[in-house]
Write a protein that binds this ligand. Structure first.
Ligand SMILES: *[C@@H]1O[C@H](CO)[C@@H](O)[C@H](O)[C@H]1NC(C)=O
Ligand SMILES: *[C@@H]1O[C@H](CO)[C@@H](O)[C@H](O)[C@H]1NC(C)=O
Ligand SMILES: *[C@@H]1O[C@H](CO)[C@@H](O)[C@H](O)[C@H]1NC(C)=O
Length: 158
């Protein structure tokens, strides 16, 4: 009881400055390239695999690190699954993807909806980070597809 009260006070003191949350307007001039997208639903359980690349942009505000990652996962509506980074960049970044529930449930629908998120430590300020989210509507196919995802939601925490 005594200990936890002291601990609670310490925690409060350390986190006295509340983090500032910033929401930015997404712009169409920044997007990610998806390549080698394949997705199938053998059984009713759908699964997917793709590569994604974002080009470094040091002129933008905020600056954006480059990244190349491979993402894979399954089951429409499941939580984010982390993608594996496949590049030599040293910035701290994390990429995750999830398969969204199909909007059209018609028996023959091959529509697949994928959501991707990129989170990274600000390139100038270690204590800040940014989180970008984008979606694409594509389809279940064994023939690899390429398409673009333009992030539509950006927020940062400083
Ligand atoms: C279909 O689902 C069953 C049960 O979940 C699983 O054992 C089997 O491996 C699946 N088949 C394929 C082709 O994924
Ligand atoms: C599904 O495909 C079959 C065969 O191609 C077709 O006869 C049927 O109308 C389709 N159903 C829907 C809901 O599109
Ligand atoms: C971005 O933020 C969302 C909402 O908090 C979170 O669910 C997601 O995991 C974050 N993205 C990454 C790559 O961590």
């Amino acid at each position: 009881m005594q200990f936890s009260a002291v601990f609670a006070t310490l925690v409060l003191a350390v986190s006295a400055r509340p983090p500032t949350m910033m929401r930015l307007k997404a712009t169409a001039d920044y997007s990610w390239e998806v390549t080698e997208w394949t997705a199938t639903c053998p059984n009713t359980t759908c699964k997917y695999d793709f590569k994604i690349h974002g080009t470094e942009n040091l002129a933008g505000n905020p600056k954006k690190p480059g990244f190349t990652a491979r993402c894979a996962g399954d089951i429409e509506g499941s939580p984010y699954r982390l993608c594996s980074l496949e590049d030599d960049e040293t910035n701290t970044r994390r990429v995750a993807s999830k398969l969204l529930p199909a909007t059209s449930k018609s028996a023959n629908s091959t529509t697949a909806r994928i959501q991707v998120s990129l989170q990274y430590i600000d390139l100038d300020t270690d204590s800040s980070w940014w989180n970008y989210t984008g979606h694409a509507t594509t389809r279940y196919t064994q023939t690899p597809l390429d398409f673009t995802i333009t992030p539509d939601e950006i927020f940062g925490v400083a």
